[in-house]
Structure formats: C-alpha cells, structure tokens
Design a protein around this ligand. Structure first.
Ligand code: 13P
Ligand code: ZN
Ligand code: NA
Length: 282
C-alpha cells in the first residue's frame, strides 16, 4: 500500500537497516522499483526531484506510483526529493505525496531553520513527514550545485536544527556527493557516529551512487535509515535503452527499449535493497 515514510523509517531505525529511496523519471522506472520492492519484500521510497517534477508534473508521478502502490503488498512512499521551495512542497502534498524533503541547505543556518519550520508547520497537520538537510552534500543535484562538498554537518548544530524544526528525518553531509565520484570518497564515519549519538530522528544518506557497498553498509550500521540512489538508476535505464538501439538501430517501438531499460533498473534496485538490508522485512 501507499504509506507515509515515517513508520517505515522508524522501523528501519529500530531494526538497524535502511530503506532504499530511488529517484524515478518515467513510468518504466516506477514499475521497475515497485516490482523490485515486491519481489524483495522490501519497504521503499520512490522520489522525484524538482527537475523531474518539471519534466512531467507532480500529478503524473503521483498517479502512476499510487496506482501501483495500492496494489502492492509492501509499504511504498512517494517522496519529494530536494524540495527547493515552500511552494513546491505544498503542491506536492496537495498532489498526494506522502513524504517531502525541504532542502534549505543553500541558505544560512537560521534561514534553513526558518524555511524548514514553515514546511513542517504545513506538513504536520497533514501527517506528512519532512526530511531536511544540514551541511552541504557535494556534486550537482538537479540545478543545485553543492560544489566541492565542503561544509560537513556539525553534530551540535544538527541536534539544535532537529529540535528547533521538528523534522522527521535529517540528511547529513559526511563526504558523499551526488553523481558519480572521480575517485573513491572517504566518508567521515566518526562524524556520523557523533551525530547519531545526539540526534534521535532517522538520518539520511544522499549521493549513494558510486559508493562502495561496504561503505554504505558501515553508514547503515552507524545510524543511517534511508539511502538515496539516483544517478545509478539513470545510467541503468539508459544503458538498457542503448543496448537495444545499438543492436537494432531501426527499432521504433518504445516498448522494446523501454522494457530493456526497465529490466536493468529492476536488477540494480534489487541489488541496492540487498545492500541496504531491507529485504524480507514485509
Ligand atoms: P546519487 O545521484 O549520487 O545516487 O545521489 C542521489 C541523491 O542523493 C538523491 O537525492
Ligand atoms: Zn540528494
Ligand atoms: Na553519488
């Protein structure tokens, strides 16, 4: 069924695993993620960024995810990823999204708190959990450039931020970046532990494409309850499409290459769910 993200994340936190959160762009990716979740008996979040929302609209993503989620037997949440404004968050909630992120990490600490508080004030009465971000996650997410990834999350500030805003989960900056890494990133696990020690709400890891499985597993054992995967899914889908079009360049049925893209995404998602430890839970 379609659920909010809070219960599945709190259960993951209690039981020491992470829920996979997968960015989707089209119907085939929605199908792939939900089929993977059903087969793996895993809870899952499907999420869209502002640029994806601009591509097809909140209503289309919500409707396609909800249609499949309602028939599914595992819990599925529809999440707005990196919500860039109060207005977009409100529109997502109105469209039926069951979870939202407000990304105020590009403003000052106080600006981030103010924006996040305003979002929590509209989301809470609708029982929609809010994820926020403190610190700067590197790389380019959408149109927002996080730069070189400087500005890791300060544990004391994270505690203050969580308490003052009333958010349900917090995205932390500990050395990950959006997109594919040029080298192997060194994650600041000590910082994650320090945050975990004083921040009680579920913590979120962004930028998981390109991380070593063992690093993801270590972060989960130190308190991460949601792991975001985006770029890898885009690559998998495109690789599937390209494989068909390069082998048979005169293909004109979108179903033929759409199916190939969908299969690649599904395999990838099943693999990442296994890394997150969230399989066989429902
Ligand atoms: P990647 O593109 O590195 O997987 O990052 C995903 C993410 O953090 C989406 O919010
Ligand atoms: Zn992100
Ligand atoms: Na990444």
């Amino acid at each position: 069924p379609l659920v909010t993200s809070e219960k599945i994340m709190l259960r993951a936190q209690k039981e020491g695993y992470a829920v996979g959160a997968f960015n989707v762009e089209n119907m085939e990716m929605v199908q792939a993620v939900i089929e993977a979740a059903e087969e793996m008996r895993a809870p899952v979040l499907l999420q869209t960024t502002p640029s994806t929302v601009r591509y097809a609209g909140l209503e289309v993503y919500y409707a396609s995810i909800a249609a499949l989620a309602k028939k599914a037997t595992v819990p599925i949440a529809v999440h707005l990823d990196h919500g860039e404004s109060f207005d977009l968050v409100v529109r997502a909630i109105r469209a039926g999204y069951t979870s939202v992120m407000i990304d105020g990490s590009h403003g000052s600490f106080e600006e981030n708190i103010e924006l996040t508080k305003r979002v929590v004030a509209v989301a809470a009465p609708n029982e929609i959990p809010v994820e926020a971000e403190l610190g700067k996650i590197g790389g380019k997410e959408d149109d927002l450039d996080g730069g070189d990834g400087g500005g890791y999350t300060d544990p004391e500030k994270a505690k203050e931020f969580a308490e003052r805003t009333g958010i349900s989960s917090l995205a932390v900056a500990i050395g990950t970046a959006h997109g594919i890494y040029s080298g192997i990133p060194k994650l600041d696990v000590e910082r994650l532990k320090a945050i975990r020690k004083i921040v009680e709400i579920p913590l979120v890891l962004h930028g998981a494409s390109g991380l070593l499985d063992k690093d993801v597993v270590e972060c989960i054992s130190e308190g991460i309850c949601k792991v975001n995967f985006a770029t890898e899914l885009r690559i998998a889908f495109s690789d599937g499409v390209k494989s068909v079009l390069s082998e048979k360049p005169d293909t004109f049925d979108p179903k033929a290459y759409g199916k190939a893209g969908r299969e690649r995404v599904k395999e990838l998602v099943k693999n990442r769910m296994t890394v997150c430890g969230c399989t066989g839970k429902y």
